[in-house]
Design a protein around this ligand. Structure first.
Ligand SMILES: C[S@@+](CC[C@H](N)C(=O)[O-])C[C@H]1O[C@@H](n2cnc3c(N)ncnc32)[C@H](O)[C@@H]1O
Ligand code: SF4
Ligand code: SF4
Length: 395
């Protein structure tokens, strides 16, 4: 395909994406009760209530599971799977595989940082030239090293994970992260994107929990020069880490979470790991959810194979026989999409309302922080109360 055509397709896709995001933001701002409509569109799977395997999986890559950080809510260093980087030849084979499935976008991450892969530039180039949109998620601390390739072969979405509005909180959560380095990288990125008029959806993800709940307004004030409010995503913490143990259990906002199984992942998704094995989940810290190996099977064989079938059965019977689930799934907790969406929308509303009333420079940071904290803590206490009543009722 000529490069003009590739660029045109990418441009059209980007426009569609931006239009959809802007539209959602508009609806949610002026018709807040319409979040139900929003949710209906994104969580049909949850509503269907029937676990049915998709005809074809949605495939993601793990270009590497190595990370330069060990954030407290992720603890990727606790993973016992081998650490490594996806070989170039394997990567090319996997691109052929996803294109044969008719897939035209791919994420690079599981529990590592894609920028820890020295060949990430070459991988971005290959995707770009094939018209495959990359969803690149990173902690952003190595952006300076790969800025020129990102500008030359921009991913479809570039999402930076930042969980604090101050140096102190950021560095406490993102262990080994450097706040000043992050800001310097964001300035470089912004400069390059403006100069080269890069059409890439640039977003930021904040995991919200007790450590940083009070910093949401300051987070907005510090990072608004780099990210639009509509591209700021606030996620309530889940038990991502395979060993959530103490940390997650003691966390107040974990009360928003509930056991995930039955889970849609074995019915919808495959993750090609750096060593060619295939898992159904991005949070497979201890290789408990491996369902095949591309060294000796095809994607189609894996998708209809015995291992994934057994896992699907275990999920279908999750409520009656949880003991059949792998440990990773038994110990997996997350807010429902419904809850996650309500909270994200609420935070956006508080921010938007105050920005309109006071302007960004004069935001009443403390007052806004109190409003968000009070709301979330009250909700989380209610949720906890409900859970306890439910547990007592079951005895
Ligand atoms: C596991 S990271 C991998 C990509 C990259 N290293 C990064 O930090 O963006 C993917 C996303 O998971 C988020 N995450 C980590 N721990 C989490 C948790 N306990 N609950 C919810 N999201 C979490 C990160 O903040 C990040 O946005
Ligand atoms: S959240 Fe991302 S940056 Fe932090 S430890 Fe996990 S993989 Fe690494
Ligand atoms: S660990 Fe299991 S339950 Fe949790 S997201 Fe992965 S597949 Fe689903």
């Amino acid at each position: 395909m000529s490069s003009i055509l590739v660029n045109l397709i990418r441009f059209m896709r980007r426009m569609k994406q931006l239009a959809r995001n802007e539209y959602s933001a508009f609806v949610l701002r002026f018709f807040p009760d319409r979040w139900r409509w929003f949710e209906k569109n994104i969580s049909q799977f949850e509503r269907r209530g029937v676990l049915q395997a998709y005809e074809k999986p949605f495939v993601s890559f793990e270009t590497t599971d190595i990370c330069n950080l060990n954030c407290i809510m992720c603890e990727t260093w606790s993973a016992t799977r081998t650490k490594g980087i996806m070989k170039m030849d394997d990567f090319v084979g996997h691109l052929d595989r996803i294109q044969a499935l008719g897939q035209n976008s791919v994420a690079f991450h599981t529990i590592g940082d894609p920028l820890m892969d020295k060949e990430v530039g070459e991988k971005l180039r290959l995707c770009y030239e094939r018209g495959i949109e990359v969803d690149l998620r990173t902690n952003g601390l190595l952006l300076d090293k790969y800025l020129s390739v990102i500008v030359k072969y921009p991913p479809g979405r570039l999402r930076i994970s930042i969980d604090g509005g101050t140096k102190e909180t950021y560095e406490r959560i993102r262990v080994r992260g450097k706040f000043d380095k992050l800001l310097a990288n964001l300035n470089l990125l912004k400069g390059a994107f403006v100069k080269h008029r890069i059409l890439c959806e640039l977003g930021v993800d904040m995991v919200v929990f007790g450590e940083n709940l009070h910093e949401i307004p300051i987070f907005y004030q510090v990072f608004h020069p780099y990210f639009k409010l509509t591209h700021m995503h606030f996620h309530i913490i889940n038990s991502l880490s395979g060993d959530h143990g103490d940390f997650f259990d003691k966390e107040k906002l974990s009360s928003f979470s509930q056991p995930v199984p039955p889970c849609k992942m074995p019915f919808t998704s495959l993750f090609i790991l750096h060593d060619q094995r295939v898992s159904v989940c991005c949070r497979d810290y201890h290789e408990e959810l491996i369902v095949g190996d591309l060294k000796n099977e095809t994607i189609e064989q894996i998708w209809s194979g015995k291992s994934i079938h057994a896992l699907r059965e275990a999920h279908e019977q999750a409520k009656s026989t949880p003991s059949n689930l792998p440990r990773a799934c038994r110990e997996c907790y997350s807010p429902t999409e419904h809850t996650a969406q309500v909270i994200d929308v609420f935070i956006h509303q508080v921010l938007q309302k105050s920005i309109s009333k006071y302007g960004i420079k004069d935001l009443p940071i403390d007052q806004m922080a109190t409003e968000i904290r009070t709301y979330l803590e009250r909700l989380s206490e209610q949720k906890l109360l409900e859970k306890n009543q439910h547990t007592v009722g079951n005895h």
